[in-house]
Design a protein around this ligand. Structure first.
Ligand code: SAM
Length: 211
């Protein structure tokens, strides 16, 4: 489901910062060689993540769901000089793909790619998180959220992707994924620990700021 007309999306992209050559190549190689390239954040959402990260200037970024590394590279753009980004994904094949691009980037020494189930890795993290991006296994969104909120610094930002679930959140759909995304959205909107904003960017981005 497209949320805005293709022409408008292109107009927005044409009037936003261009993708770096490395991101463009990553995007191209993902479409050529990897299954489900639609999962990649893409130009406009990528620039949004990069700008947000530059505004926050995080010391520590936590990403759940690396895929081929596009969003990780965008989020890394705002890291402080000694900052670090940890990205978790259970798929070793796409992790190997992503790592090749991390190595070619200016953030090679700042990005750590971890292979494993996110719900098992997150509890091993003890560093305070300034910026988190949840973009894996929709069924576990609420669980990831509850695992990450205690790690977030006061004023820290958490972003959750795909919260509109291709528009199914407002349809009659009763499949398990849609029910769980609706439950997650309700949970976040009612959470008094955070300020919360849901934006209709691409497939829906919820942004929360811990009080
Ligand atoms: C939508 S993609 C991430 C896209 C990426 N953030 C981007 O914007 O380019 C979701 C990723 O979550 C990973 N994933 C799914 N279940 C997972 C789990 N339980 N733990 C860790 N990663 C998981 C998948 O392997 C997939 O690569």
């Amino acid at each position: 489901m497209e949320f805005i007309a293709k022409e408008l999306l292109e107009y927005c992209e044409n009037h936003s910062q261009t993708e770096s050559e490395l991101l463009r190549e990553l995007n191209r190689q993902t479409h050529l060689k990897v299954m489900s390239p639609r999962m990649l954040s893409g130009h406009l959402q990528g620039r949004f993540l990069a700008l947000l990260s530059k505004m926050i200037q995080p010391k520590y970024v936590l990403e759940i769901g690396t895929y081929t590394g596009y969003s990780a590279l965008c989020l890394a753009e705002g890291l402080t000089p000694h900052g670090k980004l940890v990205t978790i994904d259970s798929n070793e094949e796409t992790n190997l793909f992503a790592r090749k691009f991390f190595q070619k980037s200016p953030y090679a020494h700042q990005i750590e790619s971890i292979t494993g189930k996110a719900s098992e890795i997150i509890p091993t993290i003890t560093t305070p998180v300034n910026l988190a991006f949840i973009d894996a296994d929709k069924k576990a969104y609420k669980h990831y959220y509850e695992q990450i909120i205690p790690l977030l610094t006061s004023g820290g930002i958490l972003i959750a992707d795909n919260v509109l679930w291709s528009g199914k959140v407002v349809s009659d759909a009763q499949d398990q994924d849609t029910l769980l995304i609706r439950e997650f959205n309700k949970h976040v909107a009612a959470d008094t620990r955070v300020d919360c904003l849901m934006l209709p960017v691409r497939d829906g981005l919820t942004i929360v700021r811990k009080k």
